[in-house]
Design a protein around this ligand. Structure first.
Ligand code: SAM
Length: 246
Protein backbone atom coordinates (compact mmCIF):
# COMPACT_ATOMS: atom_id res chain seq x y z
CA UNK A 1 0.00 0.00 0.00
CA UNK A 2 1.22 3.51 -0.68
CA UNK A 3 -1.20 5.51 1.47
CA UNK A 4 1.73 6.90 3.43
CA UNK A 5 3.53 8.29 0.39
CA UNK A 6 4.01 12.02 0.34
CA UNK A 7 4.36 14.26 -2.69
CA UNK A 8 5.55 17.81 -3.14
CA UNK A 9 2.83 20.15 -4.30
CA UNK A 10 5.11 21.33 -7.10
CA UNK A 11 8.62 20.34 -8.28
CA UNK A 12 9.97 23.55 -6.69
CA UNK A 13 8.60 22.55 -3.29
CA UNK A 14 10.72 19.40 -3.28
CA UNK A 15 13.79 19.56 -1.07
CA UNK A 16 16.28 18.46 -3.70
CA UNK A 17 19.17 19.75 -1.60
CA UNK A 18 18.78 16.78 0.75
CA UNK A 19 19.43 14.50 -2.17
CA UNK A 20 22.16 16.44 -3.96
CA UNK A 21 23.91 18.53 -1.28
CA UNK A 22 26.80 19.42 -3.60
CA UNK A 23 24.40 21.14 -5.95
CA UNK A 24 22.83 23.51 -3.45
CA UNK A 25 23.45 27.12 -4.43
CA UNK A 26 25.11 29.37 -1.93
CA UNK A 27 22.28 31.72 -1.12
CA UNK A 28 23.21 35.36 -0.54
CA UNK A 29 22.66 36.87 2.90
CA UNK A 30 19.10 36.43 4.06
CA UNK A 31 16.56 38.76 2.52
CA UNK A 32 13.73 39.97 4.78
CA UNK A 33 10.86 37.54 4.53
CA UNK A 34 8.39 40.24 3.52
CA UNK A 35 10.68 41.81 0.91
CA UNK A 36 8.34 41.97 -2.11
CA UNK A 37 11.19 42.09 -4.61
CA UNK A 38 12.79 38.99 -3.20
CA UNK A 39 9.46 37.24 -3.19
CA UNK A 40 8.74 38.18 -6.81
CA UNK A 41 12.18 36.93 -7.67
CA UNK A 42 10.98 33.54 -6.49
CA UNK A 43 13.10 33.54 -3.37
CA UNK A 44 11.61 30.44 -1.86
CA UNK A 45 12.52 30.75 1.79
CA UNK A 46 13.53 27.55 3.47
CA UNK A 47 13.92 25.59 0.25
CA UNK A 48 17.52 25.56 -0.92
CA UNK A 49 18.08 26.68 -4.50
CA UNK A 50 19.72 24.16 -6.75
CA UNK A 51 22.43 24.84 -9.30
CA UNK A 52 21.12 21.94 -11.38
CA UNK A 53 17.90 20.04 -11.88
CA UNK A 54 17.39 16.30 -12.18
CA UNK A 55 17.55 15.34 -15.84
CA UNK A 56 17.59 11.56 -15.82
CA UNK A 57 15.00 9.36 -14.09
CA UNK A 58 15.11 5.61 -13.55
CA UNK A 59 11.54 4.57 -12.83
CA UNK A 60 11.23 1.51 -10.60
CA UNK A 61 14.99 1.61 -10.09
CA UNK A 62 15.13 -1.34 -7.69
CA UNK A 63 18.56 -1.62 -6.05
CA UNK A 64 20.05 1.06 -8.29
CA UNK A 65 22.53 -0.89 -10.44
CA UNK A 66 21.79 1.34 -13.42
CA UNK A 67 21.95 4.55 -11.36
CA UNK A 68 25.39 3.81 -9.97
CA UNK A 69 26.71 2.70 -13.36
CA UNK A 70 25.42 5.85 -15.06
CA UNK A 71 26.55 8.34 -12.41
CA UNK A 72 30.28 8.40 -13.32
CA UNK A 73 29.45 8.30 -17.02
CA UNK A 74 27.36 11.48 -16.81
CA UNK A 75 29.10 13.30 -13.95
CA UNK A 76 27.53 16.66 -14.82
CA UNK A 77 23.98 15.33 -14.83
CA UNK A 78 21.68 14.77 -11.86
CA UNK A 79 20.24 11.25 -11.93
CA UNK A 80 17.29 10.11 -9.82
CA UNK A 81 15.84 6.69 -9.11
CA UNK A 82 12.17 6.40 -8.17
CA UNK A 83 11.15 3.31 -6.26
CA UNK A 84 7.99 2.31 -4.45
CA UNK A 85 9.48 -0.06 -1.87
CA UNK A 86 10.64 1.76 1.27
CA UNK A 87 13.50 -0.54 2.22
CA UNK A 88 14.82 -0.64 -1.35
CA UNK A 89 14.68 3.16 -1.60
CA UNK A 90 16.60 3.47 1.67
CA UNK A 91 19.18 0.96 0.45
CA UNK A 92 19.83 3.07 -2.67
CA UNK A 93 19.97 6.32 -0.67
CA UNK A 94 22.45 4.81 1.80
CA UNK A 95 24.55 3.35 -0.99
CA UNK A 96 24.78 6.77 -2.67
CA UNK A 97 25.93 8.30 0.62
CA UNK A 98 28.52 5.55 1.18
CA UNK A 99 29.89 5.87 -2.36
CA UNK A 100 30.25 9.63 -1.88
CA UNK A 101 32.39 9.02 1.18
CA UNK A 102 34.48 6.35 -0.53
CA UNK A 103 35.05 8.16 -3.84
CA UNK A 104 35.95 11.79 -4.29
CA UNK A 105 35.05 13.57 -7.54
CA UNK A 106 38.79 13.38 -8.31
CA UNK A 107 38.87 9.58 -8.10
CA UNK A 108 35.51 8.90 -9.77
CA UNK A 109 33.95 11.49 -12.10
CA UNK A 110 31.15 13.21 -10.20
CA UNK A 111 32.01 11.37 -6.98
CA UNK A 112 28.44 9.98 -6.92
CA UNK A 113 27.20 13.41 -5.81
CA UNK A 114 24.90 13.37 -8.83
CA UNK A 115 22.84 10.30 -7.95
CA UNK A 116 19.99 9.72 -5.49
CA UNK A 117 16.68 7.98 -5.03
CA UNK A 118 13.24 8.90 -3.78
CA UNK A 119 10.33 6.78 -2.72
CA UNK A 120 7.40 7.31 -5.02
CA UNK A 121 4.60 5.55 -6.78
CA UNK A 122 5.39 6.79 -10.25
CA UNK A 123 1.90 5.92 -11.42
CA UNK A 124 0.78 8.90 -9.39
CA UNK A 125 1.87 12.53 -9.46
CA UNK A 126 4.98 12.25 -11.66
CA UNK A 127 4.43 15.91 -12.68
CA UNK A 128 4.63 16.87 -8.99
CA UNK A 129 8.30 15.92 -9.05
CA UNK A 130 9.34 17.18 -12.48
CA UNK A 131 8.47 20.28 -14.46
CA UNK A 132 7.44 20.18 -18.09
CA UNK A 133 10.36 19.17 -20.34
CA UNK A 134 12.74 18.88 -17.38
CA UNK A 135 14.03 15.40 -18.20
CA UNK A 136 16.30 14.31 -21.03
CA UNK A 137 16.01 10.58 -20.33
CA UNK A 138 13.64 8.16 -18.63
CA UNK A 139 14.50 4.51 -18.05
CA UNK A 140 11.83 1.85 -17.60
CA UNK A 141 13.89 -1.24 -16.85
CA UNK A 142 12.27 -4.61 -16.31
CA UNK A 143 8.97 -3.22 -15.10
CA UNK A 144 6.71 -5.65 -13.29
CA UNK A 145 4.95 -7.54 -16.12
CA UNK A 146 1.46 -7.92 -14.58
CA UNK A 147 0.74 -10.82 -16.91
CA UNK A 148 -3.01 -11.19 -16.47
CA UNK A 149 -5.21 -9.03 -18.67
CA UNK A 150 -7.15 -7.69 -15.70
CA UNK A 151 -3.83 -6.55 -14.19
CA UNK A 152 -2.66 -4.68 -17.28
CA UNK A 153 -3.89 -1.42 -15.80
CA UNK A 154 -1.10 -1.75 -13.24
CA UNK A 155 1.56 -1.62 -15.97
CA UNK A 156 3.73 1.49 -15.84
CA UNK A 157 3.34 1.98 -19.57
CA UNK A 158 -0.14 3.01 -20.67
CA UNK A 159 -1.77 5.69 -22.75
CA UNK A 160 -2.32 7.88 -19.69
CA UNK A 161 1.12 7.39 -18.18
CA UNK A 162 2.79 7.93 -21.55
CA UNK A 163 1.22 11.39 -21.58
CA UNK A 164 2.87 12.05 -18.21
CA UNK A 165 6.22 10.86 -19.58
CA UNK A 166 5.63 13.14 -22.60
CA UNK A 167 5.03 16.06 -20.25
CA UNK A 168 8.24 15.65 -18.25
CA UNK A 169 10.57 14.67 -21.13
CA UNK A 170 11.87 17.43 -23.38
CA UNK A 171 11.59 17.24 -27.17
CA UNK A 172 14.59 15.27 -28.41
CA UNK A 173 14.80 13.43 -25.09
CA UNK A 174 14.57 9.65 -24.95
CA UNK A 175 12.62 6.96 -23.13
CA UNK A 176 14.37 3.59 -22.82
CA UNK A 177 12.58 0.32 -22.12
CA UNK A 178 13.95 -3.16 -21.46
CA UNK A 179 12.23 -6.37 -20.40
CA UNK A 180 12.61 -10.13 -20.74
CA UNK A 181 8.85 -10.55 -21.18
CA UNK A 182 8.10 -10.44 -24.90
CA UNK A 183 4.42 -9.68 -24.41
CA UNK A 184 5.25 -6.69 -22.21
CA UNK A 185 7.85 -5.52 -24.74
CA UNK A 186 5.21 -5.54 -27.48
CA UNK A 187 2.78 -3.75 -25.17
CA UNK A 188 5.30 -0.99 -24.41
CA UNK A 189 6.23 -0.56 -28.09
CA UNK A 190 2.57 -0.44 -29.13
CA UNK A 191 1.68 2.14 -26.51
CA UNK A 192 4.62 4.43 -27.20
CA UNK A 193 4.25 4.17 -30.97
CA UNK A 194 0.55 4.99 -30.68
CA UNK A 195 1.33 8.11 -28.66
CA UNK A 196 1.59 11.30 -30.75
CA UNK A 197 4.51 12.61 -28.67
CA UNK A 198 6.78 9.60 -29.18
CA UNK A 199 8.48 7.87 -32.06
CA UNK A 200 10.58 4.73 -31.93
CA UNK A 201 14.30 5.16 -32.56
CA UNK A 202 16.03 2.25 -34.27
CA UNK A 203 19.12 1.16 -36.17
CA UNK A 204 21.79 3.73 -36.95
CA UNK A 205 20.17 6.37 -34.79
CA UNK A 206 21.06 4.30 -31.75
CA UNK A 207 24.72 4.02 -32.63
CA UNK A 208 26.83 5.86 -30.15
CA UNK A 209 24.10 5.92 -27.50
CA UNK A 210 26.33 5.04 -24.57
CA UNK A 211 23.57 4.88 -21.99
CA UNK A 212 21.73 2.27 -24.02
CA UNK A 213 24.65 -0.11 -23.57
CA UNK A 214 24.79 0.63 -19.87
CA UNK A 215 21.06 -0.02 -19.53
CA UNK A 216 21.27 -3.42 -21.23
CA UNK A 217 24.00 -4.68 -18.90
CA UNK A 218 23.89 -2.90 -15.57
CA UNK A 219 20.49 -3.34 -13.91
CA UNK A 220 20.16 -6.09 -11.30
CA UNK A 221 17.28 -7.65 -13.18
CA UNK A 222 19.21 -7.56 -16.45
CA UNK A 223 22.10 -9.40 -14.83
CA UNK A 224 19.72 -12.04 -13.54
CA UNK A 225 18.23 -12.51 -17.01
CA UNK A 226 21.73 -12.84 -18.41
CA UNK A 227 22.71 -15.49 -15.85
CA UNK A 228 19.58 -17.46 -16.72
CA UNK A 229 20.23 -17.17 -20.45
CA UNK A 230 17.03 -15.17 -21.05
CA UNK A 231 16.33 -12.69 -23.83
CA UNK A 232 16.37 -8.95 -23.31
CA UNK A 233 13.98 -6.91 -25.44
CA UNK A 234 15.00 -3.29 -25.78
CA UNK A 235 13.20 -0.31 -27.27
CA UNK A 236 14.02 3.40 -27.40
CA UNK A 237 11.63 6.25 -28.13
CA UNK A 238 12.27 9.90 -28.79
CA UNK A 239 10.08 12.70 -27.52
CA UNK A 240 8.87 14.62 -30.58
CA UNK A 241 8.42 18.38 -30.77
CA UNK A 242 4.90 19.50 -30.00
CA UNK A 243 3.04 20.46 -33.19
CA UNK A 244 2.74 24.21 -33.80
CA UNK A 245 -0.27 25.83 -32.20
CA UNK A 246 -2.96 26.18 -34.92
N1 SAM B 1 14.73 -1.55 -12.70
C1 SAM B 1 15.31 -2.52 -11.78
C2 SAM B 1 16.14 -3.52 -12.54
O1 SAM B 1 16.04 -3.54 -13.77
O2 SAM B 1 16.91 -4.26 -11.91
C3 SAM B 1 14.23 -3.22 -10.94
C4 SAM B 1 13.24 -4.05 -11.71
S1 SAM B 1 12.00 -4.79 -10.63
C5 SAM B 1 11.43 -6.15 -11.56
C6 SAM B 1 10.67 -3.62 -10.71
C7 SAM B 1 10.83 -2.51 -9.70
O3 SAM B 1 9.81 -1.53 -9.89
C8 SAM B 1 10.66 -3.01 -8.27
O4 SAM B 1 11.76 -2.58 -7.51
C9 SAM B 1 9.35 -2.38 -7.80
O5 SAM B 1 9.32 -2.13 -6.42
C10 SAM B 1 9.33 -1.11 -8.63
N2 SAM B 1 7.98 -0.54 -8.86
C11 SAM B 1 6.87 -1.22 -9.23
N3 SAM B 1 5.82 -0.39 -9.38
C12 SAM B 1 6.28 0.86 -9.10
C13 SAM B 1 5.68 2.15 -9.07
N4 SAM B 1 4.39 2.32 -9.36
N5 SAM B 1 6.43 3.21 -8.73
C14 SAM B 1 7.75 3.04 -8.44
N6 SAM B 1 8.37 1.85 -8.46
C15 SAM B 1 7.65 0.77 -8.78
Amino acid sequence: SDHDLTYPETPEAMNWGDHYPSYVATVPAAVPKDDPVATEDGNDYGVPRMTKQVEVADIGCGFGGLLFALAPKMPETLILGLEIRTSVTEFVQEKAKALRVQHSPESVPGGYQNVSCIRANTMKFLPNFFAKAQLSKIFLCFPDPHFKARKHKARIVSTTLNSEYAFVVRPGGRVYTITDVEDLHRWMVEHFEAHPSFERVEGEELEGDEVLKVMTTETEEGKKVERNGGTKYVAVFTRLEDPPWP
